[in-house]
Design a protein around this ligand. Structure first.
Ligand code: GLY
Length: 351
């Protein structure tokens, strides 16, 4: 009988998998040179699968909605309040964006989830700090946001009993555990070349409200400016503003252009943002798969992958922990079927 598990990668996915495996009775070693850094440290933490729904993307919506529904119980199991916002509001600045919001509301409504279209007056009443020229809003009352750094701390506590090894794993054959879970985010393909996960860089800003500044929104605010997505996620006494998207290999430097665009775009949604303190700018690498769905499943009798979560790592943490727990028990989680790595051709490669 298998009893030992190696988890490669100590972001929120690896930590949640490791913590759950200890609870399930496994003896777990987690390998990461810098646990809790990387994309998990930089994440905005919004849980927004409904307001990001789009016609045709049924599997992504279903998986995200399943994980959103798991979040309250998952947070309770951590014993710490990690939520930083309740509700999300996506806003339209022009008629094309307004049409998109109506499309999302119709598609997501057809899948059995409720979203509410709001007019100008309703938006102003709910979130008075937002720009007066916003035309339309899409309210998702059940979508919350998670403080990613509080989550990392909570997962580290929950992972009591895991042995942490501060090393990079260069070769899975060097590990002697009965089972291995690869949760190494944007580095996954270096260990599992058949898993088509690439790095998509994202920059974020962290802002703190100064005493003289206007109130921050209480919900996650999302929008689009010049075709660039922008979001403001409440976080303690401030906001996380994100996020740029570039494909530039493993580059994690914050660029002047990235910061400029984030500030300019955020200001279009919330004009008073210039009064806030900018205290951090950071960049992370999202592990993105070709179809935008994560890659969670068996690669071999000994190796499981849990990666490719793209822009949704925090959202998909609970369902990923459940799916990997099922796989380690010799079972599968039906709700995670769309994430099976078997959907990608293996190109004759063995891992
Ligand atoms: N979590 C949203 C993003 O990656 O931009």
């Amino acid at each position: 009988m298998s009893t030992t598990l190696a988890v490669v990668g100590g972001g929120v996915i690896g930590l949640a998998v490791a913590a759950r495996a200890v609870r399930d009775g496994w003896t777990v070693t987690l390998y990461d040179p810098s646990v809790g850094s990387g994309a998990s440290w930089v994440a905005g933490g919004m849980l927004a699968p409904l307001s990001e729904g789009w016609p045709g993307e049924h599997d992504l919506l279903a998986l995200g909605a399943q994980s959103l529904a798991r979040w309250p119980e998952f947070a309770r199991s951590l014993g710490v309040d990690v939520f930083s916002a309740s509700g999300s509001l996506t806003v339209a600045l022009d008629s094309a964006d307004a049409a998109d919001l109506r499309t999302i509301a119709e598609f997501v409504g057809q899948q059995g989830h409720e979203l509410e279209i709001l007019g100008r007056a309703q938006i102003r009443e709910l979130e008075p700090s937002l720009a007066q020229n916003i035309r339309l809003g899409l309210l998702a009352p059940t979508e919350s946001a998670v403080d990613n750094r509080a989550l990392i701390t909570a997962l580290l506590q929950a992972a009591d009993g895991v042995e942490f090894v501060a090393d990079t794993v260069a070769d899975l054959d060097s590990l002697d555990a009965d089972q291995i879970v690869v949760a190494s985010g944007a580095q996954t393909a270096t260990l599992l070349p058949s898993v088509p996960v690439r790095a998509v860089k994202g920059e974020i800003l962290r802002l703190r409200r100064r005493p003289s500044a206007g109130e921050a929104p209480t919900r996650t605010i999302r929008g689009s400016v010049h075709g660039r997505p922008i979001y403001l996620v409440p976080r303690g006494d401030g906001l996380v503003v994100g996020a740029t998207q570039y494909e530039s290999g493993q580059d994690t430097q914050v660029t002047v252009a990235g910061v400029r665009d984030l500030i300019a775009d955020a200001e279009r949604l919330m004009p008073s943002i210039g009064e806030y303190e900018l205290y951090e700018a950071a960049a992370g690498l999202r592990p993105m798969s070709p179809d935008g769905l994560p890659v969670i499943g068996r690669i071999s009798d000994r190796v499981i992958v849990a990666s490719g979560h793209g822009r949704n790592g925090i959202l998909l943490t609970p369902i990923t922990a459940d799916a990997v727990s099922a796989l380690l028990a010799g079972d599968t989680l039906p709700e995670a079927k769309a994430a099976d790595p078997a959907r990608f051709p293996r190109k004759g490669r063995q891992e």
